[in-house]
Write a protein that binds this ligand. Structure first.
Ligand code: MRU
Length: 358
């Protein structure tokens, strides 16, 4: 997508042939800055400290992390160690394991001297494929938005989204936002309700920023507002992303997604989940029982940062002695999902339909 007229992806190899550049998402929306990854530890830290985040981008960064590891030591032991180090960064998004498995499968059979070169090529393929997949998700989701728009006689289609499943969460286009960008670009009037998404505010900080840069009308709301808006007919559809989708269609996404799905069902609002097929974990069926939910630091709940006097300031929100919990993802059961928007088509969230994608 474009930022101030210049096309960007969220991750790319630097022209020095030695390092990888990312957008430092911890600084958004206040500053637009890049960061350089030169060793595998940089890639691991970028994922765990959330300079990059979002399931597909976590996978792409891990793929480049393997490249950086192979540049300094291409032995079997280094390959395994890099895999383990990167895999330990975040537990929920399955794209991480998918990307690492893919890199390892390509690199392990090769002579050590060929591994770094092959790693660069494979990581670039992971990224290019992600862009193509998300564009196809956009085309498939566009058809749904077009149908809704046809019934609205020219008034905007109101779409609610949670967290950031936008281009910043992928290599480009986004998953949940791809149909929105395609609809906007096709001249269909859309308006997006952007859930703030406490505690890290990916909606307010990232989704609002990227929709704004692309000129898509949007309104930031607190996480508790969605149900009210649905009751009053102000939401035509929900589209979210997912960090892991099970074989039977349960979807695990940023904490709070489940509550939106419940409110959507109670109000007859269609609840769509947009996903690249590498986000499906065919080994897992019952998402609530089987998906590991990341527990992040309570400091993310206690503190909030924002602009103040030309700088960025962090403030403490809570009584000092209060305990804080920060489960970061929840699972929305398949029965609450209207359909899955994938690059291979729009399918029901059922075991049979998901198996048919393989
Ligand atoms: O903790 P994050 O910011 O990595 O969580 C991101 C999400 O929950 C996204 O909705 C999900 O990864 C889908 S991204 C296309």
């Amino acid at each position: 997508m474009k930022v101030d007229g210049k096309a960007y992806r969220t991750i790319w190899p630097d022209s020095d042939g030695e390092s990888v550049i990312i957008l430092d998402q911890t600084l958004f929306p206040h500053r637009f800055e890049t960061a350089r990854l030169t060793v595998v530890e940089d890639a691991a830290r970028a994922i765990s400290d959330m300079l990059v985040r979002g399931a597909p981008l976590i996978g792409a960064t891990a793929a480049y992390g393997m490249v950086l590891a192979m540049r300094s030591d291409a032995s079997d032991a280094a390959l395994r160690a890099a895999y383990e180090q990167l895999h330990a960064t975040r537990p929920t998004a399955i794209n991480l394991r998918w990307a690492l498995d893919r890199m390892e499968a390509v690199l392990r059979p090769l002579p050590h001297g060929d591994r770094a070169g092959a790693a660069w090529e494979e990581a670039a393929r992971v990224c290019d494929e992600d862009v193509g997949i998300n564009s196809a998700i956009g085309d498939n989701g566009l058809a749904i938005i077009r149908d809704v728009a046809a019934k609205k006689g020219g008034s905007p289609v109101n779409i609610l989204t949670h967290c950031n499943a936008g281009w910043l969460a992928t290599v480009d286009w986004g998953t949940a936002t791809a149909p929105i960008y395609k609809a906007h670009d096709a001249g269909i009037p859309v308006h997006v309700w952007v859930d703030e998404t406490r505690p890290r505010n990916q909606g307010a900080f990232l989704t609002a920023w990227e929709l704004g840069r692309h000129g898509v009308p949007h309104t930031v709301i607190v996480d508790n507002a969605g149900g009210h808006l649905m009751q009053h007919g102000q939401v035509d559809m929900v589209i979210t992303g997912t960090d892991r989708t099970t074989a039977r269609g349960d979807v695990c996404n940023k904490i709070g997604t489940y509550l939106k799905a419940l409110a959507a069902q109670d109000n007859g609002v269609p609840f769509y989940v947009a996903l690249p097929t590498p986000t499906i974990d065919h080994r897992v069926s019952d998402g609530v029982a089987e998906i590991p939910i990341e527990d992040r630091s309570g400091d993310e709940v206690r503190f909030i940062s924002g602009r103040s006097g030309g700088g960025i300031t962090q403030v403490d929100l809570l009584p000092p002695a209060s305990a804080v919990a920060n489960p970061s993802f929840d699972v929305t059961p398949a029965r609450l999902v209207t359909a899955l928007i994938t690059e291979k088509g729009v399918i029901p969230a059922t075991e049979g339909a998901i198996a048919g994608l393989r």
